[in-house]
Design a protein around this ligand. Structure first.
Ligand SMILES: [Zn+2]
Ligand SMILES: [Zn+2]
Ligand SMILES: [Zn+2]
Length: 343
């Protein structure tokens, strides 16, 4: 066995491993000869589902340690590459720069929960996502903000010219982020390298439903204020003819108006049966769809009470086969090509 060499000086942080090329003559040419054209060199308008599950994720550990284990969904989810495996609900919207398709697409992350690191590690390499251009938060629950500490990799190591990563959030979410991550908001409190974020307030005061632009205007977003339980509101977001509402218990009329013309609806459906005080379940998602009549409904925030992924989607196809629109349960890593939707 060959003795291991000392760690490479760039330790994976350098953009093109320039240090290695500089230290080892001859490697530079090889480096570039081996590099394939970037996968993003095409027009991109797509949504990547980073996570499709609720806060605890699927599988539940307690289902796997039960004796004997009886939860078929969690048993299925524990299998390698299972589509029943669900991390916290989060999406990345990827969009080419209008008028300049040769520039890399812009990547906008919606929510950054407890499982963000694992989701990014699993899906970003597969989908050639390296940079994040903006983060947009719906509300301050743990499954939507607790991964923010791991944004440091994206603000420190992916660009030769690092600048603050814009994070768009409302006032209650800002207050909570400040409590959880004081060193991200006041960087003088930091004792070591921390994520370099710039926090930008949205959906407050008279500007409640004012659209805002992210990634230098590549994506224009309208906040959708919804109830998330009796005592709390959260945000969903509309971009183009897509509405994304991950956590919701009821949608006020003024928000419904903002959703008119939605063709793709990504929405909370905690369980396939019954109701819940803080979340939509399937029947609630159906009622919302009946009011706004999208073409396609993609359900997220699923618990282990849903059947295993393929069985769940068979059930949805059978139940809604007579409708003009489709219902499907999302899965982690799902790519929704938005060529027919405007985002
Ligand atoms: Zn289970
Ligand atoms: Zn929530
Ligand atoms: Zn949630």
């Amino acid at each position: 066995m060959r003795p291991s060499k000392s760690p490479h000086p760039c330790r994976g942080g350098g953009r093109r491993c320039l240090a290695r090329s500089a230290h080892t003559p001859g490697l530079k040419a090889q480096h570039f000869a081996m590099s394939a054209p970037p996968l993003w060199r095409r027009t991109v308008s797509e949504i990547l589902i980073l996570g499709s599950g609720t806060s605890e994720g699927v599988p539940r550990v307690s289902c796997l340690t039960a004796s004997p284990p009886s939860c078929q969904t969690c048993l299925a989810a524990a299998q390698p590459d299972s589509k029943s495996r669900r991390r916290n609900t989060s999406i990345v919207v990827r969009k080419s720069v209008p008028g300049n398709p040769d520039e890399r697409p812009r990547n906008v992350l919606f929510d950054c929960g407890k499982f963000f690191y694992e989701a990014a590690m699993t899906w970003f390499p597969k989908h050639s996502i390296r940079e994040l251009d903006a983060v947009v938060l719906t509300h301050p629950h743990a499954d939507h903000v607790l991964g923010m500490d791991d944004l440091r990799d994206f603000t420190l190591n992916v660009s030769d010219n690092p600048k603050p990563l814009p994070v768009f959030l409302d006032a209650p979410t800002m207050a909570r982020v400040k409590q959880i991550f004081p060193y991200m908001v006041d960087r003088e409190k930091a004792q070591s390298a921390v994520p370099n974020c710039a926090f930008i307030g949205i959906a407050q005061g008279a500007e409640l439903a004012a659209p805002f632009e992210v990634a230098q205007g590549v994506l224009r977003i309208t906040p959708l204020r919804v109830q998330h339980g009796r005592h709390m509101t959260a945000l969903g977001f509309r971009f183009g003819d897509v509405s994304h509402i991950p956590d919701v218990s009821s949608v006020p009329d003024e928000t419904l108006e903002l959703m008119g013309g939605t063709r793709l609806l990504i929405v909370d459906a905690l369980n396939p049966m019954g109701s819940n005080p803080t979340h939509f379940c399937l029947d609630d998602a159906v009622q919302l769809a009946e009011r706004i009549r999208p073409e396609r409904v993609v359900l997220v925030d699923a618990t282990h009470r849903w059947p295993a992924h393929e069985d769940a989607n068979d059930m949805l196809r059978e139940r809604f086969s007579a409708l003009d629109w489709t219902f499907e349960l999302a899965h982690d890593g799902q790519r929704i090509d938005c060529a027919i939707y405007s985002i």
